[in-house]
Design a protein around this ligand. Structure first.
Ligand code: C5P
Length: 388
């Protein structure tokens, strides 16, 4: 449990007590300012463990290892989490023990924000929350109501009972429900060479596919992420195979699909590639020019032909006749279900952190509200679990 310097720190005592009653073992890390709001003695007594604030014990020089704290816990819960601490978490600043613990934690991290309504509403804070959410930190929503400042608005820390319920739910969700299952995920844009210098590609950033791979891995699945061009980091626990062209993606996907229980085809694959790749840089002339393109292989459709009992999920990005086109693709590529996103939707599509999608199978259609790509990934994988 991490405690930061917010007036809501007085609720950290109740929270700690409730966690203990619920059967948790608790070790508390406090930021230096948190000590001004609630004493380490209170937290130590309630948690039945010494409190860590400094990097070392000034009396005997004992080193407080942030790494061992992170490894010890199943969950790092920061409650209250100030705007300042969350900003530092988002930026990777590590100037106290709580932050170094966060940066080295490999477990589930949850934050319960607490601050004044104007600080909460500030674009910087909202941005930082989004960054953390995108990286898999679970945000325990703040409530609306009277704040210690006397203002009324959003920013109140969730009540300790709600926080305990959120932790219990998150930890049971992260039970390794997909342990022993193998998945292929394709993500990102393919790159089709014209000559050694130029290429044809598209705007896909890979965010949706990476979120899917990360969520699958967190649920215990063995994941091969066949990734086209992106600048995203490999999610924890995921095996990434880097490819460029649609042809390379085809080869790597066919190989990874063997022995897999399912595949999610999230990559934006080129439909056409230059018929000939020039071996040296094409010189310009005064005339116009044309590049002859040939069809690439449809990876999803190829896997659909051989899939058997394996699960196959596809994506459709449509600008016109969305539903009809998506349903046609569902049948043509033999998907179990297809995720339709529309470029017309605000907040959906390339590069953004949110998405608005519908999940369509042969008998039903579920429209999801606008949510983070990470949450969309969770919903897609929930549906996969019901089908497996
Ligand atoms: O036909 P369309 O490209 O719209 O279909 C999109 C779906 O098919 C996505 O799931 C995409 O990853 C997959 N696809 C593929 N190989 C291609 C083209 C699309 O796997 N060559």
């Amino acid at each position: 449990m991490g405690v930061t310097g917010s007036i809501a720190a007085y609720k950290a005592a109740v929270l700690c007590r409730l966690l203990k009653v619920a059967g948790a073992e608790v070790k508390v890390v406090m930021t230096p300012l948190a000590k001004e709001f609630i004493t380490p003695l209170t937290m130590a007594t309630l948690s039945k463990n010494p409190i860590a604030v400094e990097f070392y014990n000034p009396e005997n020089g004992d080193w407080h290892s942030h790494i061992s704290l992170g490894e010890w816990a199943d969950c790092m819960l920061i409650a209250p989490a100030t705007a300042n601490t969350m900003a530092k978490m988002a930026a990777g600043i590590a100037d106290n023990l709580l932050l170094t613990t966060y940066l080295s934690a490999r477990n589930l991290v949850m934050v319960a924000p607490a601050m004044d309504c104007d600080m909460f509403a500030h674009p910087a804070t909202q941005h930082n929350l989004e960054v953390l959410r995108e990286r898999g930190v679970e945000i325990i929503e703040s409530g609306e109501g009277e704040l210690a400042s006397g203002l009324v608005g959003k920013g109140r820390m969730a009540e300790p009972e709600q926080i305990v319920a959120a932790v219990e739910a998150a930890l049971s969700e992260k039970k390794k429900s997909l342990q022993g299952k193998r998945f292929l995920v394709t993500a990102g844009a393919t790159v089709e060479a014209i000559d050694p210098v130029r290429f044809i590609s598209n705007h896909s950033t890979g965010k949706m596919g990476y979120a899917l791979a990360e969520e699958l891995a967190e649920r215990g699945a063995e994941v091969t992420l066949v990734s086209g061009r992106t600048n995203l980091a490999v999610p924890r626990g995921v095996r990434r195979v880097d490819v460029l062209s649609a042809e390379q993606m085809y080869e790597a996907s066919v190989e990874a699909f063997e022995g897999a229980d399912g595949a999610i085809m999230c990559a934006a694959v080129a439909d056409y590639t230059p018929a000939e790749v020039a071996t040296s840089k094409i010189k310009k002339s005064d005339d116009d020019m044309a590049i002859r393109l040939k069809r690439t292989r449809d990876i999803a459709a190829s896997l659909g032909e051989v899939k058997g009992e394996r699960l196959l999920v596809g994506f459709a990005l449509e600008t016109d006749n969305e539903r009809v086109n998506a349903e046609a693709k569902l049948a043509k590529k033999n998907f179990d279900f297809i995720v339709l996103n529309s470029l017309r939707e605000k907040g959906a599509g390339f590069g953004v952190d949110t998405n608005r999608v519908s999940l369509i199978d042969r008998t039903s259609r579920e429209e999801l509200p606008l949510m983070s790509k990470r949450e969309v990934a969770e919903r897609i994988i929930d549906k996969i679990e019901t089908l497996l």
